[in-house]
Design a protein around this ligand. Structure first.
Ligand code: C5P
Length: 223
């Protein structure tokens, strides 16, 4: 068999992508960062100067853009219409607007369709907000990863510092994270919520390796 579908959901900066990448590597599965897809659509909308209230135009962008991934040396590279946007999709202006774009029903419909195609053959670790509830409701392995808002902000702060980005204070980061969680959890279409059959993993006091090991054990039980 080509492997299972593994869904990893949770709030912003809970460590989903770090852990998802390592789990994918360990099992030789594909990794798909669905947040990067919503970020890429957001970047396209911003670049085209589209009114953020014009849902029809935003939906058109979501249907027309071509988002693709390529393996990179340290991180997965993201392309928007053939142009690399790996770094640009992490800009604060994108982070600030992505939750609004991701709340547009037609945007979600299009992304969900593409994500199901990517995951169709199994052997995939997909992370996001609605993978276990909406995109892959039949995935045999579903993880809901959480950590305290303070711990998530602290990790992001340390990460930014290591990358040489140091414009946002820890307090500001925590506020921005909490605001994005609120928007993602309260939207009408597929809000961030734990699937009934998901395993909740609180990573506040766990190391990356411990989280990877826990998920690996769950995968092995289902393989
Ligand atoms: O995972 P990341 O923090 O990069 O996701 C950015 C944003 O994309 C989230 O805050 C959310 O608004 C949106 N998103 C979503 N559904 C997903 C993944 C991300 O709505 N499956």
């Amino acid at each position: 068999s080509k492997g299972l579908q593994v869904a990893i959901d949770g709030p912003a900066s809970a460590g989903k992508s770090t852990v998802a990448k390592l789990v994918a590597k360990k099992f030789n599965y594909i990794y798909c960062d669905t947040g990067a897809m919503y970020r890429a659509v957001t970047l396209a909308v911003l670049n085209q100067g589209i009114d953020l209230k014009d849902n029809a135009k935003i939906a058109e962008v979501a249907r027309q853009v071509k988002i693709s991934f390529e393996p990179g040396e340290t991180e997965q590279r993201v392309f928007l219409n053939g142009q690399e946007v790996t770094h640009d999709i992490r800009l604060p202006k994108v982070a600030k607007n992505v939750s609004a774009i991701a709340a547009v029903p037609a945007v979600r419909e299009e992304m969900t369709k593409q994500q199901r195609e990517i995951a169709a053959n199994g052997g995939i670790v997909m992370d996001g907000r609605d993978i276990g509830t909406t995109v892959l409701p039949d995935a045999p392995v579903k993880i809901f990863m959480v950590a305290s808002a303070y711990e998530r902000a602290r990790r992001r702060y340390v990460e930014n510092k290591a990358k040489g980005i140091e414009t946002t204070s820890l307090e500001e980061l925590q506020k921005a994270i909490e605001l994005r969680d609120k928007k993602d959890s309260t939207r009408k279409v597929s809000p961030l919520t734990q699937a009934r059959d998901a395993v909740k993993l609180d990573t506040t006091n766990l190391t990356i390796d411990e989280v990877v090991d826990e998920i690996s054990e769950i995968i092995k039980k289902h393989e």
